[in-house]
Ligand binder design. Structure first.
Ligand code: ATP
Length: 140
């Protein structure tokens, strides 16, 4: 059976993950509290929902615990990111990936049981630095 993914937060990061998962042929539920964002992604994903994921009832009514992998891509609102992750964990979601804004955010996410924590800006910076150094080495 196909893996079921849910992506919470349709900013640049969450949006890019949604599109890439769909391109890989995956089933994706896209969630955001902003109706415009949801409407923008709805045509491309399997399912799209407007919801504030800090609202436990809203989260439950989406049947989120049945998803194999949930990606929390809420950016600036660290409190919403933490609360959402905590509830996903308590509901027993199998695999949770969360975007961290800073080291403090990451520490809390580790404590509450996020399975994978990513820092897109930092990770890309490291990769680009590595690439430019490798190019320089090849040039010499
Ligand atoms: P990016 O850099 O990936 O664009 P960002 O850091 O700018 O992200 P935000 O725009 O702060 O991130 O958040 C990403 C999305 O998360 C937004 O579309 C926002 O509406 C959504 N979001 C924020 N809080 C919640 C919440 N409680 N429930 C659902 N969606 C939320």
């Amino acid at each position: 059976m196909k893996k079921q993914f849910a992506v919470i937060g349709l900013g640049r990061f969450g949006g890019s993950i949604c599109k890439s998962l769909v391109a890989e042929g995956m089933e994706v539920l896209a969630i955001d509290m902003d109706e415009e964002k949801v409407n923008e992604f709805a045509p491309d994903v399997t399912q799209a929902a407007i919801a504030d994921t800090t609202d436990e009832k809203a989260l439950k009514s989406l049947g989120i615990r049945n998803f194999d992998h949930v990606i929390v891509a809420i950016g600036d609102n660290i409190q919403a990111s933490i609360l959402t992750t905590l509830m996903l964990e308590e509901m027993g979601v199998e695999h949770i990936t969360v975007k961290a804004q800073n080291d403090y955010h990451e520490k809390v996410l580790e404590r509450i049981g996020a399975d994978e924590i990513v820092h897109p800006e930092r990770d890309i910076g490291v990769r680009i630095a590595h690439n430019v150094v490798s190019e320089n080495v090849l040039d010499h």
